[in-house]
Design a protein around this ligand. Sequence first.
Ligand code: SF4
Length: 365
Amino acid sequence: MDSAEYSSFRRKLVRWYADLARDLPWRRTNDPYRIWISEIMLQQTTVVAVIPYFERFLDRFPTVADLAAADEHDVLRLWEGLGYYSRARNLHRAANVIVKEHGGIFPTDLETLHGLPGIGRYTAGAIASFAYDQRAPIVEANTLRLYCRLLGYDGDPRSKEGQAVLWSFATDILPQKEPGRLNQAMMELGATLCSPREPNCAVCPVQVHCAAFHQGTQATIPRPKTKIAITEITEVSIAIQHRQQYLLRRRTAKERWAGLWDFVRFEINRDDQTVNVGQLIESVRERTGLSIEMGPLVAELKHAVTRYRITLKCFMAQRVKGSLTATDEWKWVKSADFTDYPLSVTAREFAERLQEDGVGCLPFD
Ligand code: SF4
C-alpha cells in the first residue's frame, strides 16, 4: 500500500469500528492495569469466557498494589478454570516488580513493559498503544490472520521471515494520531469478520485493500500450523481419606498446573488402560509413605493438555497405616473446605463428585 492507500484503509476501518465494535469491559478504560489483565486473560481464551473472570479479578484486586500484596494461592483460586496458570503466576510476579521497582506506577515505555514477567512483544504493544496511545505495533492470533490476508502473504507466518513481514506491516500501518484506536480496530476486524473459516468479506470495510480477497485465497491464507501428533496416556487420581479428610498435594514449580492443589495423581500406563491395584498401592506408598486400601472408581474423566489426550481414573482410597503431617506441599482437607483451594479443572470435578451425597461413604470392597 502507498501512503494514500494507508490513509483510505485507516479511515474506513476506524469508521467501521466506531459504528460496530463490541462493547467490552476493557475497552471502557485506558487504565494500563486493567488493559494488562484483560490482555493476559485473553491469551488462548475467548472473550465470552474471559468477561466474568475479568470482572471478579478486578473486584478482588482493583489495583496493581492489591495484586502484588495478594497471596499467590488467592490469585490462582480466582484464575481457576481459565487454564494456562503460568499467566496468573506471571501477573502476580510482574505486579510485585511494578510495586518494588517502579513505585507502583505502571511503566510507560515499551522496553520496560516487555521486560516484565509474562509480557511479550504483543502485550507490551497492546498496553503501550491502548493505554498511552503510543505508536506501538501489535501482532497476535487475530491480527496475524488479518495481516496475512491483507498482504496475500502465503508463507509461514510463524517463521522468522513471516514474523518480520507481519511486524513490519503492523508498524507501517499505524497513524501518528490515535494509533491505539487503529490497533483496536484491526483486532476487532480480525476477531469478528475476518474469522479463521469463512470470513465475511461481503461486509468487510477494507475489502478493496485485501490481496487475499482479490486473489480468492482467503481460505488458504494464513498457512495452517503443522499438526502435532497426539499421545494417549492414562493417569490415576486417588482421593485418600483419613478421619473425614482427604489428602491434597500442591503441585510443584516443575509440574504442569504449578501451585494448584490436586489429589495424589500420577501416570500409570501409556500403552493400555489396565489398572494394577497392587502397583497403585505401592506407588502411593512411595509418594506419601502411607499404606492405603483402594476404594471404588468414582469417575473417569477425559481431557487434553498440549499434545496429550489424558484418561484420568479417579479412585477413592482409605489410609490404613502411616502418617503424613501437613506441610506446604501436603494438606488433609475436609471436603467442605475444597472451595478454599485452587484446584486443577479435573481435581475440581473430582472434588465435586466427592461432595455429592453418599459418594464419600461408598463401600471399599
Ligand atoms: S476482505 Fe475478507 S479476508 Fe480480506 S480482510 Fe476483509 S474479511 Fe478478511
